[in-house]
Design a protein around this ligand. Structure first.
Ligand code: FAD
Length: 318
Protein backbone atom coordinates (compact mmCIF):
# COMPACT_ATOMS: atom_id res chain seq x y z
CA UNK A 1 0.00 0.00 0.00
CA UNK A 2 1.42 3.38 -1.05
CA UNK A 3 0.81 6.54 0.91
CA UNK A 4 -0.07 8.40 -2.30
CA UNK A 5 -0.65 7.43 -5.91
CA UNK A 6 -0.10 10.31 -8.32
CA UNK A 7 -1.84 9.86 -11.66
CA UNK A 8 0.09 11.92 -14.20
CA UNK A 9 3.81 12.61 -14.36
CA UNK A 10 3.95 16.10 -15.86
CA UNK A 11 5.27 19.14 -13.97
CA UNK A 12 2.40 19.02 -11.44
CA UNK A 13 2.65 15.31 -10.64
CA UNK A 14 6.45 15.24 -10.57
CA UNK A 15 6.69 18.31 -8.33
CA UNK A 16 4.24 16.68 -5.90
CA UNK A 17 6.33 13.48 -6.03
CA UNK A 18 9.41 15.48 -5.06
CA UNK A 19 7.66 16.99 -2.04
CA UNK A 20 6.29 13.60 -0.99
CA UNK A 21 9.58 11.78 -1.62
CA UNK A 22 11.42 14.32 0.50
CA UNK A 23 8.76 13.71 3.20
CA UNK A 24 9.61 9.99 3.05
CA UNK A 25 6.15 9.11 1.81
CA UNK A 26 5.76 5.94 -0.27
CA UNK A 27 4.65 7.45 -3.55
CA UNK A 28 3.77 5.87 -6.88
CA UNK A 29 3.63 8.01 -10.04
CA UNK A 30 1.66 6.48 -12.91
CA UNK A 31 2.37 8.33 -16.13
CA UNK A 32 1.15 7.72 -19.65
CA UNK A 33 3.92 10.02 -20.93
CA UNK A 34 1.92 12.43 -23.15
CA UNK A 35 2.50 15.88 -21.69
CA UNK A 36 0.46 18.76 -23.05
CA UNK A 37 3.49 20.63 -24.38
CA UNK A 38 5.13 17.56 -25.93
CA UNK A 39 4.83 18.93 -29.52
CA UNK A 40 6.76 22.10 -28.58
CA UNK A 41 10.48 22.37 -29.26
CA UNK A 42 11.19 23.98 -25.90
CA UNK A 43 9.67 25.03 -22.60
CA UNK A 44 9.85 28.78 -22.12
CA UNK A 45 9.13 31.09 -19.21
CA UNK A 46 10.33 28.61 -16.58
CA UNK A 47 13.11 30.16 -14.55
CA UNK A 48 16.46 28.28 -14.77
CA UNK A 49 15.10 25.97 -17.53
CA UNK A 50 14.01 28.50 -20.17
CA UNK A 51 14.50 26.88 -23.58
CA UNK A 52 14.73 23.28 -22.35
CA UNK A 53 12.95 20.66 -24.53
CA UNK A 54 9.91 19.21 -22.69
CA UNK A 55 11.30 15.65 -22.78
CA UNK A 56 14.60 16.87 -21.31
CA UNK A 57 12.76 18.62 -18.49
CA UNK A 58 11.08 15.32 -17.61
CA UNK A 59 14.38 13.45 -17.82
CA UNK A 60 15.93 15.89 -15.36
CA UNK A 61 12.95 15.54 -13.02
CA UNK A 62 13.14 11.73 -13.14
CA UNK A 63 16.85 11.90 -12.35
CA UNK A 64 16.22 14.11 -9.31
CA UNK A 65 13.40 11.86 -8.07
CA UNK A 66 15.66 8.81 -8.29
CA UNK A 67 17.47 10.16 -5.19
CA UNK A 68 14.32 9.57 -3.11
CA UNK A 69 13.79 5.88 -2.34
CA UNK A 70 10.10 6.30 -1.52
CA UNK A 71 9.21 7.41 -5.05
CA UNK A 72 8.43 4.89 -7.78
CA UNK A 73 7.74 5.93 -11.38
CA UNK A 74 5.71 3.62 -13.60
CA UNK A 75 5.14 4.22 -17.30
CA UNK A 76 1.46 3.21 -17.25
CA UNK A 77 -1.95 4.76 -17.76
CA UNK A 78 -4.51 4.64 -14.96
CA UNK A 79 -7.70 3.25 -16.49
CA UNK A 80 -9.94 3.11 -13.43
CA UNK A 81 -10.00 3.93 -9.76
CA UNK A 82 -12.19 2.58 -6.98
CA UNK A 83 -12.55 3.32 -3.31
CA UNK A 84 -12.04 0.41 -0.94
CA UNK A 85 -14.01 -0.08 2.28
CA UNK A 86 -11.31 1.44 4.48
CA UNK A 87 -11.30 4.74 2.55
CA UNK A 88 -8.21 3.85 0.53
CA UNK A 89 -8.04 3.70 -3.28
CA UNK A 90 -7.27 0.99 -5.81
CA UNK A 91 -6.02 2.15 -9.19
CA UNK A 92 -6.30 -0.20 -12.17
CA UNK A 93 -3.74 0.36 -14.89
CA UNK A 94 -4.52 -0.03 -18.58
CA UNK A 95 -1.81 -2.70 -18.78
CA UNK A 96 -3.57 -4.86 -16.16
CA UNK A 97 -1.50 -3.85 -13.11
CA UNK A 98 -3.09 -2.51 -9.94
CA UNK A 99 -1.90 -0.49 -6.99
CA UNK A 100 -3.44 0.73 -3.75
CA UNK A 101 -2.89 3.93 -1.77
CA UNK A 102 -4.24 5.91 1.18
CA UNK A 103 -4.56 9.09 -0.87
CA UNK A 104 -4.81 10.02 -4.53
CA UNK A 105 -3.46 12.98 -6.50
CA UNK A 106 -4.82 13.51 -10.00
CA UNK A 107 -2.41 15.47 -12.21
CA UNK A 108 -3.44 14.27 -15.64
CA UNK A 109 -3.29 17.62 -17.43
CA UNK A 110 -5.74 18.46 -20.20
CA UNK A 111 -6.27 17.77 -23.86
CA UNK A 112 -6.51 20.77 -26.21
CA UNK A 113 -9.54 20.70 -28.49
CA UNK A 114 -8.38 22.49 -31.63
CA UNK A 115 -10.55 24.34 -34.13
CA UNK A 116 -11.37 22.29 -37.20
CA UNK A 117 -8.89 23.89 -39.61
CA UNK A 118 -7.24 21.65 -42.22
CA UNK A 119 -3.47 21.56 -41.78
CA UNK A 120 -3.51 22.79 -38.17
CA UNK A 121 -2.70 19.56 -36.30
CA UNK A 122 0.83 18.97 -37.71
CA UNK A 123 1.78 22.57 -36.90
CA UNK A 124 0.42 22.57 -33.32
CA UNK A 125 3.03 23.57 -30.77
CA UNK A 126 5.64 24.36 -33.47
CA UNK A 127 4.21 27.26 -35.47
CA UNK A 128 0.51 27.02 -34.55
CA UNK A 129 0.74 28.49 -31.07
CA UNK A 130 -1.60 29.34 -28.24
CA UNK A 131 0.20 31.45 -25.65
CA UNK A 132 2.21 34.67 -25.97
CA UNK A 133 4.00 33.98 -22.68
CA UNK A 134 5.24 30.61 -23.97
CA UNK A 135 6.00 31.55 -27.57
CA UNK A 136 5.63 35.33 -28.11
CA UNK A 137 9.31 36.19 -27.75
CA UNK A 138 10.23 33.54 -30.31
CA UNK A 139 8.08 35.19 -33.00
CA UNK A 140 9.77 38.58 -32.58
CA UNK A 141 10.04 40.28 -35.97
CA UNK A 142 8.18 37.44 -37.74
CA UNK A 143 4.94 37.43 -39.76
CA UNK A 144 2.14 36.27 -37.44
CA UNK A 145 -1.62 35.79 -37.54
CA UNK A 146 -4.35 35.29 -34.95
CA UNK A 147 -7.31 33.08 -35.80
CA UNK A 148 -10.64 34.38 -34.45
CA UNK A 149 -12.80 37.48 -34.12
CA UNK A 150 -13.72 37.61 -30.42
CA UNK A 151 -12.52 40.24 -27.92
CA UNK A 152 -9.79 37.86 -26.74
CA UNK A 153 -8.49 37.44 -30.29
CA UNK A 154 -8.45 41.22 -30.84
CA UNK A 155 -6.60 41.63 -27.54
CA UNK A 156 -4.07 38.95 -28.52
CA UNK A 157 -3.47 40.56 -31.93
CA UNK A 158 -2.70 43.88 -30.21
CA UNK A 159 -0.55 42.09 -27.62
CA UNK A 160 1.54 40.53 -30.39
CA UNK A 161 2.48 44.03 -31.60
CA UNK A 162 4.93 44.00 -28.67
CA UNK A 163 6.86 41.34 -30.60
CA UNK A 164 6.36 42.19 -34.26
CA UNK A 165 4.81 44.87 -36.45
CA UNK A 166 3.39 42.29 -38.91
CA UNK A 167 0.18 40.98 -37.32
CA UNK A 168 -2.96 39.87 -39.17
CA UNK A 169 -6.29 38.95 -37.59
CA UNK A 170 -8.18 36.20 -39.45
CA UNK A 171 -11.81 36.76 -38.54
CA UNK A 172 -13.43 34.52 -41.13
CA UNK A 173 -17.10 35.33 -41.50
CA UNK A 174 -17.45 36.23 -37.80
CA UNK A 175 -18.19 39.91 -37.07
CA UNK A 176 -15.86 42.11 -35.05
CA UNK A 177 -17.34 43.99 -32.08
CA UNK A 178 -18.08 47.70 -32.55
CA UNK A 179 -14.91 49.75 -32.47
CA UNK A 180 -12.51 46.83 -32.86
CA UNK A 181 -12.02 47.24 -36.61
CA UNK A 182 -10.99 50.90 -36.12
CA UNK A 183 -8.76 49.99 -33.16
CA UNK A 184 -6.96 47.32 -35.17
CA UNK A 185 -6.59 49.61 -38.20
CA UNK A 186 -5.23 52.42 -36.02
CA UNK A 187 -2.45 50.11 -34.82
CA UNK A 188 -1.65 48.52 -38.17
CA UNK A 189 -3.21 45.08 -37.63
CA UNK A 190 -4.46 43.73 -40.97
CA UNK A 191 -7.86 41.98 -40.97
CA UNK A 192 -8.70 39.11 -43.34
CA UNK A 193 -12.40 38.26 -43.37
CA UNK A 194 -12.40 35.37 -45.85
CA UNK A 195 -12.86 31.96 -44.16
CA UNK A 196 -9.57 30.08 -43.76
CA UNK A 197 -9.40 27.09 -46.11
CA UNK A 198 -6.18 25.53 -44.77
CA UNK A 199 -2.78 26.08 -43.25
CA UNK A 200 0.21 24.99 -45.30
CA UNK A 201 3.68 24.29 -44.02
CA UNK A 202 6.48 21.80 -43.88
CA UNK A 203 8.14 20.00 -40.97
CA UNK A 204 6.04 21.86 -38.40
CA UNK A 205 6.81 25.29 -39.95
CA UNK A 206 3.86 27.33 -41.20
CA UNK A 207 4.47 28.83 -44.65
CA UNK A 208 1.15 30.24 -45.79
CA UNK A 209 -2.56 30.46 -45.04
CA UNK A 210 -5.02 29.78 -47.84
CA UNK A 211 -8.49 31.29 -47.80
CA UNK A 212 -11.76 30.44 -49.50
CA UNK A 213 -11.16 33.30 -51.92
CA UNK A 214 -8.50 35.96 -52.08
CA UNK A 215 -4.73 35.69 -52.15
CA UNK A 216 -2.87 33.37 -49.76
CA UNK A 217 -1.07 35.02 -46.85
CA UNK A 218 2.56 34.15 -46.13
CA UNK A 219 3.00 33.67 -42.33
CA UNK A 220 5.60 32.24 -39.97
CA UNK A 221 3.21 31.53 -37.08
CA UNK A 222 -0.47 31.53 -36.27
CA UNK A 223 -1.94 31.87 -32.79
CA UNK A 224 -4.94 29.61 -32.26
CA UNK A 225 -7.06 29.23 -29.15
CA UNK A 226 -7.41 25.55 -28.25
CA UNK A 227 -10.01 24.69 -25.61
CA UNK A 228 -8.55 22.76 -22.66
CA UNK A 229 -10.68 19.76 -21.66
CA UNK A 230 -10.59 17.17 -18.88
CA UNK A 231 -8.92 14.11 -20.35
CA UNK A 232 -8.93 11.03 -18.10
CA UNK A 233 -12.53 10.59 -16.91
CA UNK A 234 -11.13 9.76 -13.44
CA UNK A 235 -12.51 12.85 -11.61
CA UNK A 236 -16.02 11.94 -12.75
CA UNK A 237 -15.60 8.30 -11.68
CA UNK A 238 -14.55 9.47 -8.23
CA UNK A 239 -17.41 11.98 -8.00
CA UNK A 240 -15.20 15.10 -7.90
CA UNK A 241 -17.14 18.32 -8.46
CA UNK A 242 -16.55 19.53 -12.02
CA UNK A 243 -16.33 23.16 -13.12
CA UNK A 244 -18.29 24.52 -16.11
CA UNK A 245 -15.11 24.32 -18.24
CA UNK A 246 -14.93 20.50 -17.53
CA UNK A 247 -11.89 20.90 -15.24
CA UNK A 248 -11.91 19.84 -11.58
CA UNK A 249 -12.68 22.15 -8.70
CA UNK A 250 -10.02 22.34 -5.99
CA UNK A 251 -9.33 24.57 -3.02
CA UNK A 252 -6.06 26.40 -2.42
CA UNK A 253 -4.45 23.18 -1.15
CA UNK A 254 -5.46 21.07 -4.15
CA UNK A 255 -8.29 19.28 -2.34
CA UNK A 256 -11.20 18.21 -4.52
CA UNK A 257 -14.75 17.84 -3.20
CA UNK A 258 -14.02 14.12 -2.47
CA UNK A 259 -12.15 13.31 0.76
CA UNK A 260 -8.67 11.95 0.10
CA UNK A 261 -8.63 12.98 -3.58
CA UNK A 262 -6.42 15.90 -4.60
CA UNK A 263 -5.83 17.44 -8.02
CA UNK A 264 -3.17 19.79 -9.38
CA UNK A 265 -1.88 21.36 -12.57
CA UNK A 266 -3.78 22.25 -15.72
CA UNK A 267 -6.66 19.88 -14.91
CA UNK A 268 -7.80 21.74 -11.77
CA UNK A 269 -8.50 25.23 -10.48
CA UNK A 270 -10.52 27.08 -7.88
CA UNK A 271 -14.14 27.82 -8.68
CA UNK A 272 -13.67 31.52 -8.01
CA UNK A 273 -10.94 31.84 -10.64
CA UNK A 274 -11.29 31.58 -14.42
CA UNK A 275 -9.47 28.81 -16.29
CA UNK A 276 -5.96 29.64 -15.11
CA UNK A 277 -2.93 30.67 -17.17
CA UNK A 278 -1.54 27.24 -17.94
CA UNK A 279 2.19 27.18 -17.40
CA UNK A 280 4.82 24.67 -16.38
CA UNK A 281 5.86 26.82 -13.40
CA UNK A 282 2.24 27.21 -12.25
CA UNK A 283 1.60 23.44 -12.57
CA UNK A 284 4.76 22.63 -10.65
CA UNK A 285 3.79 25.12 -7.93
CA UNK A 286 0.32 23.55 -7.60
CA UNK A 287 1.94 20.11 -7.34
CA UNK A 288 4.29 21.31 -4.60
CA UNK A 289 1.38 22.73 -2.58
CA UNK A 290 -0.74 19.59 -3.05
CA UNK A 291 2.21 17.39 -2.07
CA UNK A 292 2.64 19.26 1.22
CA UNK A 293 -1.10 19.23 1.89
CA UNK A 294 -1.22 15.46 1.26
CA UNK A 295 1.67 14.91 3.66
CA UNK A 296 -0.07 17.00 6.34
CA UNK A 297 -3.33 15.17 5.75
CA UNK A 298 -1.59 11.80 6.32
CA UNK A 299 0.19 13.17 9.39
CA UNK A 300 -3.15 14.22 10.91
CA UNK A 301 -4.52 10.74 10.34
CA UNK A 302 -1.45 9.04 11.82
CA UNK A 303 -1.44 11.03 15.06
CA UNK A 304 -5.16 11.70 15.43
CA UNK A 305 -4.62 15.45 15.03
CA UNK A 306 -6.99 17.94 13.45
CA UNK A 307 -5.93 18.95 9.94
CA UNK A 308 -3.90 22.17 9.79
CA UNK A 309 -6.04 23.46 6.92
CA UNK A 310 -9.67 23.19 8.10
CA UNK A 311 -12.23 23.46 5.32
CA UNK A 312 -14.49 26.50 5.69
CA UNK A 313 -17.91 25.63 7.13
CA UNK A 314 -20.56 25.19 4.44
CA UNK A 315 -22.85 28.21 4.08
CA UNK A 316 -26.23 27.66 5.77
CA UNK A 317 -28.90 26.40 3.36
CA UNK A 318 -31.50 28.84 2.11
C1 FAD B 1 1.86 23.42 -27.43
C2 FAD B 1 2.05 23.87 -26.01
C3 FAD B 1 3.23 24.50 -25.62
C4 FAD B 1 3.39 24.93 -24.32
N1 FAD B 1 4.53 25.59 -23.99
C5 FAD B 1 4.70 26.03 -22.72
C6 FAD B 1 5.87 26.77 -22.37
O1 FAD B 1 6.74 27.04 -23.20
N2 FAD B 1 5.98 27.18 -21.08
C7 FAD B 1 5.03 26.94 -20.14
O2 FAD B 1 5.19 27.34 -18.98
N3 FAD B 1 3.91 26.24 -20.45
C8 FAD B 1 3.73 25.78 -21.71
N4 FAD B 1 2.59 25.10 -22.04
C9 FAD B 1 1.63 24.76 -20.97
C10 FAD B 1 2.17 23.52 -20.24
O3 FAD B 1 2.36 22.47 -21.16
C11 FAD B 1 1.19 23.05 -19.16
O4 FAD B 1 0.79 24.14 -18.33
C12 FAD B 1 1.84 21.98 -18.27
O5 FAD B 1 2.34 20.92 -19.05
C13 FAD B 1 0.83 21.44 -17.27
O6 FAD B 1 1.43 20.45 -16.50
P1 FAD B 1 0.54 19.26 -15.91
O7 FAD B 1 1.48 18.46 -15.06
O8 FAD B 1 -0.71 19.79 -15.31
O9 FAD B 1 0.06 18.41 -17.20
P2 FAD B 1 0.89 17.70 -18.35
O10 FAD B 1 2.21 18.33 -18.54
O11 FAD B 1 -0.03 17.64 -19.52
O12 FAD B 1 1.16 16.25 -17.79
C14 FAD B 1 0.09 15.37 -17.53
C15 FAD B 1 0.62 13.95 -17.58
O13 FAD B 1 -0.42 13.06 -17.14
C16 FAD B 1 -0.44 11.93 -17.99
N5 FAD B 1 -1.74 11.29 -17.94
C17 FAD B 1 -2.94 11.74 -18.40
N6 FAD B 1 -3.90 10.84 -18.16
C18 FAD B 1 -3.30 9.82 -17.51
C19 FAD B 1 -3.76 8.58 -16.99
N7 FAD B 1 -5.06 8.23 -17.06
N8 FAD B 1 -2.87 7.76 -16.40
C20 FAD B 1 -1.56 8.09 -16.30
N9 FAD B 1 -1.05 9.25 -16.79
C21 FAD B 1 -1.93 10.10 -17.37
C22 FAD B 1 -0.10 12.49 -19.37
O14 FAD B 1 0.33 11.46 -20.23
C23 FAD B 1 0.98 13.50 -19.00
O15 FAD B 1 2.26 12.91 -18.99
C24 FAD B 1 2.38 24.69 -23.35
C25 FAD B 1 1.19 24.07 -23.74
C26 FAD B 1 1.00 23.68 -25.05
C27 FAD B 1 -0.30 23.05 -25.46
Amino acid sequence: MYDVIIVGGGPAGLAAALTLGRSRRRTLVLDAGEGRNAPAAAVHNFLTRDGTPPAELRRLAHRELAAYPGVELRHAAAADVTRTGDGAFTVAQADGGTAGARRLLLATGVVDELPDVPGLAPLWGRSALHCPYCHGFEVSGRRVAVLGAGPGHVRLALHLLHFTADVALLTGAAPLAAGHRDLLAAHGVAVRAEPVARLEGDGGRLERIRFEGGAPLARDAVFVGGTPRERSGLPEKLGCAPLPDTLTEVDEFGRTSVAGVYAAGDMAHRATLPTPVAAVAAAAAAGTVAGAALDQDLLSEEYGLPGPFPRPAAAPAG
